[in-house]
Design a binder for this molecule. Sequence first.
Ligand SMILES: *Cc1c(COP(=O)(O)O)cnc(C)c1O
Length: 387
Amino acid sequence: MIPYGRQDISEEDIKSVIKTLKSDWITQGPAIKRFEEEIQNKIGCQFAITANSATSCLHLACMALGLKKNEWVWTSPNSFVASANAALYCAANIDFVDIDPFTYNLCAKKLEEKLHEAKNNNLLPKIVIPVHFAGQSCEMDKIYKLSKQFDFKIIEDASHAIGGKYKDKNIGSCEYSDITVFSFHPVKIITTAEGGAATTNDKLLAERMRMDRTHGIKKFGEDEINLQTKEIWNYEQKRLGFNYRLNDLQASLGFSQLKRLDDFIEKRQKIANYYDVHLAHLGIQLPHQIKNSFSSYHLYPIRVSPSKGGISQRELFYKLRENKIGVNLHYIPIYRQPFFKEIGFKKDYCEESELHFREEISIPIFANLSLKDQEFVVKKIKEIINK
Ligand SMILES: *Cc1c(COP(=O)(O)O)cnc(C)c1O
């Protein structure tokens, strides 16, 4: 089976992990700081805080921004459930803003309309979490402007998008947000097996996230000024945090992978180009790119529909799987999950997300997908469509 996404681990990556494995520190050692500094340098942000998943980072971000019970968080329904769950961990309320029909990202115009409505009802969100679907940035300039007008915070869920750019700025530089979150799950752009990072330019937010990923504790040697007892053995728990740490094995893998980021992005863009050319004129809607976007191409989402003169999603999906092409569907709208139904969401809550759900197929794209396999994917799609 050719999967829709997978990791690319080099000999160099393996050596980097083995070196750490033989060292004195396999967790809470120097590899974490080294990885975080490399993220800061590469992305161009002041602070990077790693954690054991992007989900943990989203939770840390919500806590750092002071999200409280019954406050509102809005995100995109076209995402993985983690984007919404982070809010629920803080006992906040979640709501969804429908997507743009061409980028499949949270739609800035619909956000604006929803904000005006919410203002009249006194239900404005505290935080909006735009998700950079497939690696393409949301229209952050517009969302940022709205955040000033309606006074909300922004967490970019850039789980798909490390290595991507928006208006020539690296995603993660937080030019248009308070915090950005990356995922290092193996299907994402770079990997630490499990893992994630939050970036910010705000010292206070960075400090809170750093404390909360390790129980809310400050140790002697880290920040003596803020300790009540200045003894070498002392540590003080200041907040209710968690154990969300990445370990040094993962961090050394991440450090090594990060060096390969530009190469990964170049390869993914080349594959996207290949599909753009070879899947044109087949009645397939190909992923549209906005003007200021440089996508990391975590996914290559195509859309098909008999109502647009094409094949049905179900037929193409099943036949590709029969041909050992591991296509996937991104995403079942979050509000459709049984758990969210229990909270009170109806299954047709967002019109464009519903259409997307009924038409989307993610075809294989990852750094080491061979040209032969790309040709095979295209050939099979053509065969199935023209049968
Ligand atoms: C993968 C993903 C996450 C969660 O990432 P983990 O590192 O697995 O916790 C969150 N949001 C989006 C959009 C994702 O794709």
